[in-house]
Design a protein around this ligand. Sequence first.
Ligand code: NDP
Length: 295
Amino acid sequence: MKIAFIGLGDIGHLMASHLAREPFELTVWNRTAAKAEAFARDHKARVAQTPADAVRDAQVVITCLPSSAEVEAVLHGENGVLAAIRKGAVLIDCTSGDPPTSRSIAAELGGRGVEFLDAPVSGGTTAARAGTLTVMWGGDATVFERVRLVIEAFGKKIVHAGPVGSGDALKAVNNALLAVHILSTAEGLAILVKAGVDPKVALDVINASSGRSNSSENLIPQRVLTRAFPRTFRLALLEKDIGIAAVMAEDLKAKTPLIELTAARFHEAREKLGEAVDHVEAVKIVEEENQLEIK
Ligand code: NDP
């Protein structure tokens, strides 16, 4: 099966690595060509010069880009996907996108006989490397069956969220919760540091109690207490995700003040810390405001 993979970023290149083998025939395209060339040195893949060149023969096209805006950008233009994608192909968008744009992309592709699934992923770079991502997809079940093998190459828990856009919606809300947990856990630990409680002792108890989350169990012990702060998922991308959840809430007239506040705090964190930092570094705004380090 001929696959084109577009977007070899922090998570994309790990997902693509599972498709660089039989029964797949992989072509990759990345905006920064050096990354695609490095990928092809380590994996069985052809490097395309443009998105159009990548998708020309593909039965399945996968996009994994920062947001739906970049997916729109690679579709259009002289050398864009739409210039060459085959009728009957399926585009699987693994970007954590936004539901309205995914619906409009699906409609545009549908007009050309191309099927679309939004299929964002969770589990981070660790699950991407292992090929055990959770995949939440939106779209038609008969389309999914045609590409099941492809999604199973990098996914383990694979869930139909509903019509096109539903995968994006679920992903945005999951990540809004992640953002809330990171900041609320950092705030709780800031109180405890000020109260003279060792954060390691605090986390030991919280993780055996009802205040626990992935942030308290994994992210803060492994990345904050150690001061390692590895870059696996950019803060700017989490800001984008909680922003999508906040806009959905507004559109749907849901009252979500906590999500709104956390979206504003992540905006502030990104303005202070920049585009390149990891999402967990958001704790640094809490540390700075309280003039302490959680360690
Ligand atoms: P990165 O920022 O690491 O990579 C983004 C990719 O998109 C790169 O290949 C980049 O190319 C490309 N790109 C950016 N802008 C454009 C553009 N205008 N035109 C064409 N290509 C462009 O992101 P990730 O790989 O971390 O994330 C990809 C998606 O997956 C995002 O939606 C993210 O929210 C989601 N995700 C990420 C997870 C993670 O742990 N990292 C976990 C779950 C979901 P270039 O190399 O040239 O910069």
